[in-house]
Write a protein of this length. Sequence first.
Length: 280
Amino acid sequence: MRILLILLLAFVNVCLRTYLLENPDFYQLHAYTAEEEAFRAMNLGEAVAALDGLDMDGLTASMIRWEYDMRDAGEDDARSAAAGEGGAADPDVFLLLQRRPAEYRKLRGVYTSIFQDLRFFPVPESIRAGTPDVTFENGWMDRRTYGGDRGHEGCDIMGENLERGSYPVVSISDGVVEKAGWLEQGGWRLGIRSPSGLYLYYAHLYGYSREWKEGDSVSAGELLGFMGDSGYSAVPGTTGNFSVHLHIGLYLRTDHYDELSINPYWILRYLEKYRLKYDF
């Protein structure tokens, strides 16, 4: 009797999941999901950010299941959904591949392009006792007014407790330099394209580790420059218009946009466990 009950419950579960997948009002998944704000907010949550490694099938199915916001997910939810314990064997992955294969694979590819190249937190930890550490908060799309009213397309890692030029900035992935030099809003900045196509924007640097130019190859963990407060001026070299910090921007290339911002905050929280150590 118990075996029949278990089989019946399993059958009902599969039928329910199939119904939910066929109901467009429940699982939000279509060809342009990656362009919607819910996806772009990248709300991994504490439990997922704490994981040591992400499985792309598990992460994709989990985020769809949680409607792209796992901030309320517990450790068990996050572990089974995003750490490879479910993976392609996850019933949701199987059903998604059966019912919406193109949309699912496309979204999984976007998550892969974001996470597979990222290896290090951009600001190393000091080996010197008493050195103030950096801080950062979720400020994606907060209001900014310099150069016109706009949303803040990034995350600011604050280092105002030390002078400009004190905190080293390293590349969070391998890549190729696409932009270097002065930008009015970003000051001394670098734009790097990862192998999977993610565009990484490092802004407000005090100076570079070397004379970067377009086409230069960059290795994950390589020193790029030093945190500063440059920018908000058309005059190259201007500093002091705001507190010392590193602005990190992450941009996707999608069907309709060459550069579409996603929220770096939870991605940086995930990368915090992968910090290099420097003497500064």
